[in-house]
Design a protein around this ligand. Structure first.
Ligand code: ZEM
Length: 295
C-alpha cells in the first residue's frame, strides 16, 4: 500500500474512453484463440460473464457480478464453472494491462464486448463493481442444471428476478459456443455458426426434428437430419412449456425482437447485485464495436 512503501498514492479515475480501451483489447483477444474451439474465446467469455452474474439471489441480495468471487475456491471449482478457467486466464492478460479495473467490471465488460463483436446487439453497460473476498461467495447450486425441466428453470431464474420472457431471451445465447465432454459432460454446438450471435438457436429448435442422442453421456438431443447439433433438456423445454414456447416462437420469427429483448435482459443480468450507488454513471453506456470505430 501507499503507506507501507512511502509512495504517494495517485488515484486514477478512469473515463468512458478508458473502458472503451479495455473493450478494444478484449475485442482483439477474442480472435487470438488459434485452434481453441471454433477459433474464438467469445463464447466462453460470455459464459464467464453469465456465471459470474447468475448466482444472484433477489431475496437476500447475495451473489451477482459485484465481487467476482469465482476467482476463489470453492466457487471456481463448482461443477457449473468447469472450463471457465480458460476465460479467466484470458481476462488475466487484460487485467495486467489495465490494473485499475475491478474483476467484476472486467468480466462483464468482456461479455459485452464478446456479444457485440460476434455481431450481436449493443449491450448497455456501466462500471462500478468492486473486488470482494472469498467469503462473499455464494453456495454451490445457484446456476441451472441442464438435465432438468421447466420448473427448475423457473425456480433458478425467478430467484434472480427474471420473468418467462427474459428467461427465454437469455437462453438464446446458446446460439454461441458448444458443450464440452470434459466440462459439463454434454457434447457439441447448438448452431452451425457458433461464433456469430443470431436467433438460429430458436429457429433450429422449431425447424429441426430433435431426437435423444444414443450415447453413454448425459441425456441430450441431437438433430435428426445431420446428428451434429445438440440441445440440452432445458433448451428443448422452450418448445414444450406453453408460455416459454410463445416467446421462443416469437424470437424464431423475429431476429430484431430477439436482439432487443436479449440486450435488455443481458444488461439486467450483468447488474444484478451491484448496489446502484456504486455505478459511476446514472445510465449505462453504449460502447462502440471495433467496426464502428473505423472512421
Ligand atoms: Zn449456458 N450452458 N446454460 N447459458 N452457455 C453451456 C454453454 C454455454 C445452461 C447450461 O447448463 C449450459 C445460459 C443459460 C443456460 C452460454 C451462455 C448462457 C453448457 C456447456 C451448458 C451445460 C458447458 C460446456 O460444456 O462447456 C443452462 C441449463 C442454462 C439455463 C437453463 C445463459 C442465460 C447464457 C448467457 C446469457 C454460452 C455462451 C455457452 C458456450 C460456452 C462455450 O465454452 O462455448
Amino acid at each position: 500500500s501507499a503507506i507501507q512503501t512511502g509512495k504517494a498514492a495517485v488515484k486514477f479515475t478512469p473515463t468512458k474512453e478508458d473502458y472503451q480501451k479495455v473493450y478494444n483489447t478484449v475485442a482483439h483477444i477474442l480472435d487470438e484463440a488459434g485452434e481453441y474451439d471454433d477459433g474464438s474465446f467469445g463464447p466462453v467469455i460470455v459464459r464467464l460473464a453469465w456465471h459470474a452474474s447468475g448466482t444472484f439471489d433477489k431475496a437476500t441480495g447475495t451473489g451477482g457480478s459485484n465481487f467476482a468471487t469465482m476467482r476463489f475456491e470453492p466457487e471456481s471449482l463448482h461443477g457449473a464453472n468447469n472450463g471457465l478457467h480458460v476465460a479467466r486466464e484470458v481476462m488475466e492478460k487484460v487485467k495486467q494491462q489495465y490494473p485499475w479495473i475491478s474483476y467484476g467490471d472486467l468480466w462483464t465488460l468482456a461479455g459485452v464486448a464478446a456479444i457485440q463483436e460476434m455481431a450481436g446487439p449493443k449491450i448497455p453497460w456501466r462500471p462500478g463493481r468492486v473486488d470482494g473476498l472469498a467469503s462473499d461467495a455464494t453456495p454451490d447450486g445457484r446456476l441451472p442444471d441442464a438435465s432438468q425441466g421447466s420448473q427448475h428453470v423457473r425456480d433458478i431464474f425467478y430467484r434472480m428476478g427474471f420473468n418467462d420472457q427474459e428467461i427465454v431471451a437469455l437462453i438464446g445465447a446458446h446460439a454461441l459456443g458448444r458443450c464440452h465432454p470434459d466440462r459439463s459432460g454434454f457434447e457439441g454446438p447448438w448452431t452451425f455458426a457458433p461464433t456469430t450471435f443470431t436467433n438460429d438457436f430458436y429457429k433450429l429448435l422449431f425447424e429441426e426434428k430433435w431426437v435423444w442422442r444414443k450415447w453413454g453421456g448425459p441425456k441430450q438431443y441431437q438433430d435428426k437430419k445431420t446428428g451434429t447439433l445438440m440441445m440440452l433438456p432445458t433448451d428443448y423445454v422452450l418448445t414444450q412449456d406453453k408460455n416459454f414456447k410463445k416467446f421462443a416462437k416469437a424470437y424464431a420469427d423475429d431476429q430484431d425482437l430477439f436482439f432487443k429483448d436479449f440486450s435488455a435482459a443481458f444488461a439486467k443480468l450483468l447488474e444484478l447485485g451491484v448496489p446502484s450507488q456504486q455505478f459511476v454513471a446514472s445510465e449505462p453506456w453504449n460502447l462502440k464495436t471495433l467496426e464502428e470505430q473505423k472512421a
